[in-house]
Design a protein around this ligand. Structure first.
Ligand code: RAM
Length: 348
C-alpha cells in the first residue's frame, strides 16, 4: 500500500473544503473483536464495464486487500456499461457460490432482484463507486461526499469562464447512480445561487455511456452549440475523450471534471483542462476489499456505527447514507492542477 500511503500523507489539495479529520465514533458493541465466521473464499468484483481503465485501478486495490486477507479476488464485468449484463453476472456468481460480491452499479434499482437473491443465499453484497439502492446492498463504499463533488465542479466551471459562458455536462450512462447524484448536486448549486450563475447557465447534459467513441461524438455535438464555453465531465472516460476533441480542435472551450491524472496530464499541462478532481481509485477498491472481508467474517453487518480496520487505511466507521442505507466514506476529492500533476500522473 505504499502508493496510497504517500497519497494520504501528501493530500492537502482538496476541494477547498477542509479534509475530514479521522474517524471519531466509538466502536459499536458486539462488533470488532468477536469475529464469528472465517474469511477467505472468492470475493467477486463486478465492474461497470471491463473496458474502463478506472475500473481496473479500483480492482487493483480490491485485489491487494484480498491478497492481504487471504481471499481470492475475481474480476468480472460487462463489455459495455449496462445493467442487463451485470444481472447475468450476478446470477452466475450466486450460482457459483462466491463468498462475497462488490459491484459498481450501472443502475440503482435494476439489479435488486439478483442482488437480493445473492444475499438470501448468504452472500454479502456491497456496492462501490456507483451505488445500488439500500435494499440491494449491505453497505456502500463512497469515494467522497457527492455534494462536495457536484457543487465543486460547478464552482470550478464558473471560475474557468470568469462567470460568463454556458456549461455543458458530458456524463457516463444515463442510469449511472454516481454521475446522476453528482449532477443533482450540480443542479442544486446552480438553482440555489441564481444571481451568481445568471450568466453561466447549464445548456445541456449529454451521455457518453463511458464509451470512448460515443463520448467523442457527444463532445463534438456539444461544440456545435456556440453557447457552450465549458464542459464538465464527471467521468474519467468522458474527460479523456473530451480532452482529445478540444485539443484536436484547439478549442477555447474549457474542460473540468473527474479525470485520471495519468490520462489527463497532457491536457492539464497545455491548459485544455485548467484543473480537475478525483480520489484515489486504488484506495476505493482496497477499502471495498477490507469491508467485504469484515462482512464475510461476520465482524460487521453493514449497520450504522459499526467499525472495522481497513488495512493501511486504518479504522473506518459505517455511517448513514443519504439514501437511508449505510456507507463507508473514503475521504475528500483531491484537486489536480499544473502544480501537482507531474507528481500524480505517475501514481494513478
Ligand atoms: C468513470 C466511471 C466511474 C467514475 C469515474 C469518475 O471511470 O464512470 O464510475 O467514478 O469515472
Amino acid at each position: 500500500m505504499k502508493i496510497t500511503k504517500i497519497a494520504a500523507l501528501s493530500l492537502a489539495a482538496v476541494m477547498g473544503i477542509g479534509m475530514l479529520a479521522g474517524c471519531g465514533e466509538t466502536p459499536a458493541e458486539n462488533t470488532n473483536s468477536t469475529s464469528s465466521g472465517s474469511g477467505g473464499g472468492t470475493y467477486a468484483f463486478v465492474a461497470k464495464d471491463v473496458q474502463n481503465p478506472y475500473m481496473q485501478k479500483v480492482y487493483d486495490g480490491f485485489k491487494e486487500a484480498c491478497d492481504a486477507v487471504g481471499a481470492e479476488a475475481l474480476y468480472k464485468g460487462p463489455e459495455a456499461a449496462t445493467p442487463e449484463k451485470q444481472i447475468e453476472i450476478i446470477n452466475q456468481l450466486t450460482a457459483q457460490g462466491v463468498a462475497g460480491i462488490a459491484i459498481a452499479a450501472n443502475d440503482e434499482n435494476a439489479l435488486q432482484p439478483a442482488l437480493q437473491e445473492a444475499m438470501d443465499a448468504g452472500i454479502p453484497v456491497i456496492s462501490l463507486d456507483s451505488a445500488v439502492n439500500k435494499d440491494s446492498r449491505m453497505t456502500h463504499i463512497q469515494q467522497a461526499d457527492p455534494e462536495k463533488i457536484g457543487r465543486g465542479l460547478i464552482q470550478a466551471a464558473y471560475e474557468m469562464v470568469d462567470g460568463n459562458g454556458g456549461i455543458a455536462i458530458l456524463s457516463a450512462a444515463s442510469t449511472a447512480t454516481n454521475q446522476n447524484l453528482w449532477i443533482e448536486w450540480m443542479q442544486k448549486e446552480l438553482e440555489e445561487n441564481p444571481e451568481k450563475y445568471a450568466s453561466t447557465p447549464l445548456v445541456k447534459i449529454a451521455y457518453g455511456d463511458d464509451d470512448p467513441t460515443k463520448s467523442t461524438s457527444e463532445t463534438q455535438a456539444l461544440l456545435q452549440n456556440a453557447d457552450v464555453k465549458v464542459i464538465i465531465a464527471p467521468t474519467t472516460v468522458g474527460m479523456l475523450a473530451a480532452g482529445k476533441v478540444l485539443q484536436d480542435k484547439q478549442s477555447d472551450v474549457k474542460l473540468t471534471g473527474l479525470g485520471l491524472p495519468s490520462e489527463m496530464a497532457p491536457f492539464i499541462e497545455d491548459g485544455t483542462c485548467p484543473w480537475m478532481y478525483l480520489w484515489n481509485p486504488v484506495d476505493i477498491g482496497y477499502l471495498a476489499g477490507y469491508t467485504m472481508d469484515a462482512l464475510v467474517k461476520g465482524e460487521i453487518t453493514g449497520a450504522e456505527g459499526e467499525t472495522f480496520t481497513a488495512g493501511d487505511l486504518g479504522e473506518k466507521t459505517i455511517t448513514a447514507a443519504a439514501d437511508e442505507g449505510t456507507e463507508v466514506m473514503l475521504g475528500d476529492p483531491f484537486k489536480f492542477d499544473p502544480e501537482n500533476i507531474a507528481e500524480w500522473k505517475e501514481i494513478y
